[in-house]
Design a protein around this ligand. Structure first.
Ligand code: FDA
Length: 299
């Protein structure tokens, strides 16, 4: 009850206050912050995926700046020899203006990355963009084989059908599987924790059966344990899948997965526009803010 209240008041809290708790989830405001964080992760044995924060833009100049910033990131990944790829979002490239704009800009970034041999993950946003994102992924991975992958969300009822469609349309699908962060209507989504967990493991099994390369993106022990059983069942080698986690979440799990020799990639966001992302992350775990406020009120 207290935590729900905290979660709902998050957008109205002062930026500096949210910033205090949000620091753990972002590398910093500048690209240099993302590079040094990636270097630190690499030295631990983890890979990265760098994300420039700033989504849902309807400003064409901001979309253009996003393209230029990603090119700078890609140049530095190469020159600094960082073990990381990048993650990009349609709404950061102007899809709110029109699809032609975001397709043009995202293609430009993926083409630039392809020239440098760097993989691009197209993140999955809320349901109005699901078809668009899957279609773009399928088109670009045909034009530039293995250049990019996308994300599927276990909360959506359509996801098993999407897996069948994607794996029938491309040689080796490259999919990050996650629960899904966006609040979606009951008609199209499971809004029940247990059902999402069940669907996650069913989707993961289907992806393994279809020989997709999967980024298993979760911090949930039920899903990590279920994934380990499926990895054993399908006798997968360590290079045939990877785990993925968010920066600032469950560092003890990160250490355990690395110690067990699994490939592990950390989502590493940076940028001036850190507030909406941080609020989303804190809403997932309002207990972090809640316990600090409780401590403050009782001292
Ligand atoms: P759950 O939320 O149940 O978390 C399990 C445990 O992890 C919690 O009990 C807690 O201990 C810890 N934890 C989780 N979140 C925390 C937080 N913010 N702070 C502190 N502790 C926390 N979604 C999407 O819709 N589109 C996308 O493209 C992506 N991309 C993506 C990439 C990667 C690498 C990851 C790991 C996740 C995403 N997501 C995403 C987000 C995803 O859909 C989901 O919202 C989060 O991963 C949380 O779900 P879990 O499976 O971790 O379970």
């Amino acid at each position: 009850m207290f935590n729900t209240l905290i979660a709902n008041s998050m957008p109205y809290m002062p930026k500096a206050f949210v910033g205090f708790f949000a620091k753990r989830y972002v590398a910093g405001a500048t690209p240099e912050d993302a590079f040094s964080m990636t270097q630190a992760l690499n030295s631990e044995g983890a890979m990265g995926t760098i994300d420039l924060l700033g989504e849902f833009t309807d400003d064409i100049n901001k979309a253009k700046q996003t393209v230029e910033m990603y090119k700078l990131v890609l140049d530095n990944i190469k020159t600094k020899n960082l073990d990381t790829n990048i993650s990009i979002k349609p709404t950061a490239f102007g899809i709110l203006l029109n699809q032609e704009t975001s397709t043009k800009y995202m293609t430009e970034v993926i083409n630039y990355a392809y020239g440098k041999g760097i993989f691009v993950r197209i993140d999955m946003e809320n349901h109005p963009y699901t078809d668009y994102t899957i279609d773009l992924y399928l088109t670009l991975s045909k034009e530039m084989p293995k250049s990019c992958g996308t994300v599927l969300q276990a909360c959506l009822k359509r996801t098993q059908d999407d897996i069948k469609h994607i794996t029938a349309s491309t040689e080796q699908a490259n999919i990050r599987l996650c629960k899904g962060i966006y609040k979606e209507p009951d008609e199209i989504a499971y809004n029940n924790r247990k059902k999402v967990q069940e669907n996650f493991l069913e989707c993961l099994e289907l992806l393994f059966q279809k020989k997709a390369y999967v980024g298993i993106a979760t911090h949930d022990d039920v899903l990590i344990n279920g994934a380990m059983e499926l990895i054993k069942k399908y006798k997968l080698e360590k290079h045939e899948y990877e785990f993925q986690m968010l920066l600032g979440v469950r560092s003890e799990l990160r250490k355990r997965l690395l110690a067990e020799g699994h490939r592990l990639r950390i989502y590493t966001p940076f940028g001036e526009d850190w507030l909406p992302y941080s609020i989303r992350r804190l809403k997932e775990n309002p207990a972090i803010v809640g316990s600090a406020i409780k401590g403050f009120l009782t001292c």
